[in-house]
Write a protein that binds this ligand. Structure first.
Ligand SMILES: [Zn+2]
Ligand SMILES: [Zn+2]
Length: 335
């Protein structure tokens, strides 16, 4: 009798920080309890994936499958799964939270100390199959294809949380105009805010891109804002933008740092913070954010610009994100 072949799936695995991803054939996992197995239809690439590769986060396991913007269909479900086989869902960065700590009990599961994060603590979506906790998967809005839905799961969602933290702003500055900013600029425009896009000095292509998705003004981050802003969101991982953004906002304005990692913030005079300006970060997401943002995405709707690459080219996709050469969001699809 020929040996029985265990069914396998292909995963792109980070075995070593900074090294290229390794292709692995792994046995198909079994969904237990609340788990589901998702067949990946699209997985968007995020700057955070690079922070994991570069060990810029103070957490994470190796080996790990990156990717926390996973659109997939349920192919098998554990006995306690809240999803059915065949459903299309999104798996975001928040892979699980304890549900019982003070943070979880007060609507701040994004700050749960026992949370696990997809593509960092547990395997993510740079693979044909992904094991997920069904309770942390998000329903996706209609009207978006698999590829278009994927960037909503972090770029859109974290951008949305940052936009909320920015408070009511009729003049909103966005520093770093990539994956998240191109989505959130459209949401802000939908809310009748004027968007001011700040890019690396001399990045004329980036500035043109920002205007093409609705920015009222686009210019160099090192230069002054054309008028005082009500709030600014910093998507770039560059700490030197913090004093520049504080300088650009009016008294009482807010500067939100939306990235999970940022280079050191240079010293700056207290006068930049004075006048009741606020400086804050945004960390992770809650499932409530997810539900609210997906409803909003259905209403806007958002024009999601993507550059699609096959899963086998995950390294190339990471490199494109690293060099800022993606117009919109890089998205992996099964080969
Ligand atoms: Zn908790
Ligand atoms: Zn992300």
């Amino acid at each position: 009798m020929p040996p029985v072949r265990t069914p396998t799936y292909r995963a792109m695995v980070l075995r070593e920080r900074g090294a290229p991803l390794a292709v692995e054939e792994r046995p198909v996992p079994e969904a237990r309890g609340h788990q589901v197995v998702l067949r990946m239809a699209a997985c968007a690439v995020c700057r955070t994936d690079l922070h994991v590769v570069d060990r810029e986060l103070d957490r994470g396991l190796l080996p790990i499958v990156l990717g926390h913007q996973v659109v997939g269909r349920v192919v098998s479900a554990g006995a306690e799964s809240i999803l059915q086989v065949g459903e299309r869902v999104g798996l975001p960065w928040l892979g699980s939270a304890c549900g019982s700590c003070e943070m979880c009990a007060t609507g701040r599961e994004n700050l749960c100390a026992s949370a696990s994060f997809t593509g960092c603590d547990v395997d993510g979506g740079f693979a044909e199959l992904t094991l997920a906790d069904s309770r942390f998967c998000l329903r996706l809005p209609g009207g978006y294809s698999d590829v278009q839905s994927a960037p909503l799961l972090c770029a859109g969602l974290i951008g949305f949380r940052a936009l909320r933290m920015a408070g009511h702003a009729s003049r909103l500055g966005l520093y770093g105009f990539g994956s998240a900013a191109h989505l959130i600029a459209q949401v802000a425009r939908h809310r009748e805010a004027a968007v001011y896009a700040f890019t690396r000095a001399g990045d004329l292509a980036g500035q043109e891109f920002a205007r093409s998705v609705g920015a009222t003004w686009a210019g160099d981050s090192t230069g002054p804002a054309p008028e005082p802003l009500d709030a600014a969101i910093i998507f770039a991982a560059a700490g030197e933008l913090v004093p520049l953004a504080l300088k650009a906002v009016r008294p009482g304005g807010t500067v939100v740092c939306a990235g999970i990692h940022m280079s050191d913030i240079p010293r700056f005079p207290y006068s930049l913070l004075w006048g009741e300006r606020s400086l804050r970060s945004v960390a992770n997401l809650t499932r409530k954010d997810g539900a609210e943002f997906m409803a909003l995405a259905a209403e806007v709707p958002i024009d999601v610009l993507t550059e699609v690459l096959p899963l086998a080219q995950a390294d190339r996709a990471l490199e494109l994100v690293r060099t800022g050469r993606v117009r919109g969001t890089a998205v992996l699809v099964p080969d």
